[in-house]
Design a protein around this ligand. Structure first.
Ligand code: SF4
Ligand code: SF4
Ligand code: FES
Length: 296
């Protein structure tokens, strides 16, 4: 429920013009909370005084300052991840009003236009919850390791100038290099299903990490990793280990698992042409398989 402004901040400067008279004074926020990994989740309501030009992170900061639910109960502050506050680090992904997006660029005024009665915040559903809105994106990074999403550098001595890359190649590569590992593409992908491995009481940290990595390695890599494999296989130095990337792309959980639903490209905050990358990876995988057949 929104309480409407009766007076007050109509004339406040906002940087984007005056605040409309019907601007709510209180923002109602519904947060899906979870106290620890594997525990039951529960909804909690919060009320935050309206300020012009807020984003979801500033709303969460106000909630943390108050540490009280809307009904006045003292509650532990809601946990979430963020760092850059400018859609670069990729750490603040969550479901805002049911859509996977970056909390730092989710503007409250726009969200209230969509749904004036409340803002709903949930953690991503495809990753294990650490606490509240904070999830463990380890599988996302494991997939980047699987496809070796880097340019191998042999030693720390001066290699001299790198290979020249034409402007056309740069134009192809640059959009792919903007990936910030946010996980939006994975949250939206029907082929990317949640894996949550819980540590056994008698299991060491090392054994647990090994068992979890083995489970991740059988599952779908995801569009982000496919796209990064394409990026590094097109780089003159990165291409030195193209065969290793192709092995990862064509093994269990590889490119063949993509159902081409194209949800990933629709939600990527960086507008990375993921379906184009997937098509390029698919063609490269076919050529690679044929080449391997003749190499026998
Ligand atoms: S195109 Fe492939 S990776 Fe993208 S959402 Fe669909 S199944 Fe997932
Ligand atoms: S491809 Fe886009 S949606 Fe996926 S992790 Fe990278 S930036 Fe995020
Ligand atoms: S805080 Fe870095 S992308 Fe949102």
């Amino acid at each position: 429920m929104i309480q409407r402004a009766d007076s007050g901040h109509d004339n406040l400067p906002t940087g984007q013009g005056a605040v409309p008279a019907d601007t709510p004074r209180t923002i109602h926020v519904r947060v899906l909370r979870q106290d620890a990994p594997g525990e039951e989740s529960y909804w909690e309501r919060h009320a935050v005084p309206y300020e012009p030009n807020m984003n979801v992170i500033s709303v969460l900061q106000r909630i943390a300052e108050r540490a009280r639910a809307e009904d006045g109960r003292e509650v532990p502050p809601v946990a979430w991840d963020c760092s850059c506050l400018e859609e670069v680090c990729g750490s603040c992904t969550m479901l805002v009003n049911g859509r996977t997006r970056m909390a730092c660029s989710a503007l409250v005024d726009r969200l209230l236009e969509e749904n004036p009665s409340e803002i709903e915040l949930r953690p991503m559903s495809k990753f294990p919850v650490v606490r509240d809105l904070k999830v463990d994106r380890g599988r996302l990074f494991r997939a980047l390791e699987r496809v070796k999403a880097w340019v191998p550098v042999d030693g720390s001595y001066d290699h001299g100038p790198g290979p020249r890359i034409s402007p056309e190649e740069q134009e192809e590569a640059y959009p792919l290099s903007e990936c910030m590992s946010c996980g939006c593409c994975l949250e939206a992908c029907p082929q990317y299903t949640r894996i949550e491995i819980v540590q056994r009481e008698d299991e060491s940290d090392v054994d647990f990490a090994r068992r979890r990595a083995a489970a991740y390695d059988k599952a779908f890599l995801g569009a982000h990793a496919v796209s990064q494999a394409v990026l590094f296989n097109s780089h003159p130095t990165g291409r030195m280990i193209a065969d290793e990337r192709m092995t990862a792309l064509t093994s269990a959980g590889g490119i063949q698992m993509c159902g081409n639903a194209q949800n990933c490209v629709a939600v990527c905050p960086k507008h990375i042409p993921l379906t184009r990358s997937i098509a390029r990876a698919g063609r490269a995988a076919t050529m690679w398989a044929i080449r391997k057949l003749f190499d026998r």
